[in-house]
Structure formats: structure tokens, C-alpha cells
Unconditional design. Structure first.
Length: 240
């Protein structure tokens, strides 16, 4: 006879399996464990193409792992910063395309070129290949995911957009929103390229508050290491 714990575990597993689709995209980790991942995008931009070093310092000082998705153009303008990110053991780097295009509007060859060009840059600065790809603008479909998969990349989305590119969101509001909406397995997206208006100010309190709630920070690849692949448990439709 099964125990209550076993019944609950099987029920939870069935719910997770019911969220799967036939294409690979990681939106979140296990909803059973209190593990979460902070991710930071570095997009090229004519107005916000910089580097917020305060974010990195907070992560290092707090001992918080993080995953950074770097675009190729951003790497070319910030080679020193990119190499520094690659040198931190608690950090990992992912592919955020080269020029940050709307991938769903370009050809297969163009998407592949975007990813391969950035992979070469990432390998040059980190001496290893990336396993992770985040589509620009969070725009993807089966075609894009398959191209990424054929290049050995797992498409990584998120289930919690912090909203940090919105200049009208105050530090206090940013903290309140992220802390109140974080769930077990959440993948949280913020920006390290200057598009996060109050990210650096809010991050220390976000980390402290989430830790106080019992959450443990891990890298995105740690979700994959435990479960083998995105398809094992968290391939799902966005915003479900």
C-alpha cells in the first residue's frame, strides 16, 4: 500500500508530465524542490548596450550562482567583461544569438548562423561550448527549437519576467514583484546590460528575501543535470 507521500509524488509527476509538448524548451525546474535560477540577458542595444558591474559584484559577494545569456555583438563590445563572467565558477554563459533578431522572421540558415557565430565567440572566451540558448525577445517556435537542438543547445525560456527593462518600475516594486511571484523551480530573467533600470539596486534585497523564504539558488544547467534534459519534466507552454 502506498504512503501519502508516494501518492503526492506520483500526482505531482503526472501534473508535470501533462505540461509537456513535443518541442524542447525549458521554462522552469521542478515545482517540488525550492530551487530557483537567476538569469541575466546581455542584449546589444544602441541605448542600453553597457555592463552593470554592480549586479555581478552583488552575485559574487552573496555567493549566488547565475546564468548569463550573452549576444555576440555584446561580447564583441565587452570582451573583458565577458571573460570575467566566464572566469567566475558560480556563473555559466549561454547563447543569446548574435545580433538579437526576431528569429521567427528569418530563415533557417540565418538562425543557424546567428547561433553558430555566437558559439564561436563564447568558446573563445570560455574555452568551452555553451549548452544553453535563450531566443531574443523570448520569441520561439518548433522550428527555432529544433535548429538550436541540432546545434546541441537547449532552448531556455523563463517563467518569471522581472520587468526590469521598464523604467517606471521602482526598486521597491521590482523587489516586491519578484519575491512574491517566485515559485519552486522558477527561472527568473533580468538584464545585465543596462536595460535593467533598478536591477542592481533591487538585487541584494531580492536575494535576501528569497533566501529567507527558503529558496536555494542554482544555475540553469543544474536543472538539466538533475533531470537529464528539458524534456524530462518542464517542457511546457509559456505562462501556463
Amino acid at each position: 500500500m502506498m504512503t501519502i507521500v508516494q501518492i503526492l509524488f506520483l500526482f505531482s509527476s503526472a501534473l508535470l508530465q501533462s505540461e509537456q509538448t513535443d518541442t524542447l524548451a525549458l521554462f522552469h525546474g521542478s515545482r517540488i524542490e525550492k530551487k530557483i535560477a537567476l538569469t541575466f540577458d546581455a542584449c546589444p542595444s544602441s541605448t542600453h548596450g553597457g555592463f552593470d558591474s554592480s549586479i555581478v559584484q552583488t552575485l559574487v559577494d552573496s555567493g549566488v550562482p547565475a546564468t548569463f545569456f550573452l549576444s555576440g555583438k555584446w561580447i564583441l563590445k565587452h570582451r573583458r567583461e565577458a571573460k570575467m563572467l566566464a572566469s567566475v565558477p558560480n556563473f555559466e554563459l549561454g547563447n543569446h544569438s548574435y545580433s538579437h533578431p526576431h528569429c521567427m522572421n528569418i530563415s533557417d540558415d540565418s538562425v543557424q548562423h546567428e547561433l553558430q557565430r555566437t558559439e564561436l565567440l563564447l568558446k573563445n572566451i570560455s574555452k568551452t561550448s555553451s549548452r544553453l540558448f535563450r531566443p531574443p525577445y523570448a520569441e520561439t517556435d518548433g522550428r527555432i527549437k529544433r535548429i538550436a537542438q541540432n546545434l546541441g543547445l537547449v532552448t531556455v525560456m523563463y517563467d518569471l519576467a522581472s520587468g526590469d527593462p521598464d523604467s517606471t518600475i521602482s526598486r521597491e516594486r521590482l523587489v516586491r514583484y519578484v519575491v512574491s511571484h517566485t515559485r519552486n523551480g522558477s527561472i527568473i530573467v533580468m538584464h545585465v546590460n543596462g536595460r535593467g533600470w533598478h536591477t542592481a539596486e533591487a538585487l541584494p534585497e531580492i536575494i535576501q528575501s528569497l533566501r529567507h523564504k527558503g529558496f536555494v539558488f542554482i544555475k540553469v544547467s543544474d536543472f538539466l543535470a538533475v533531470h537529464g534534459s528539458a524534456n524530462d519534466f518542464s517542457v511546457k507552454k509559456k505562462n501556463r
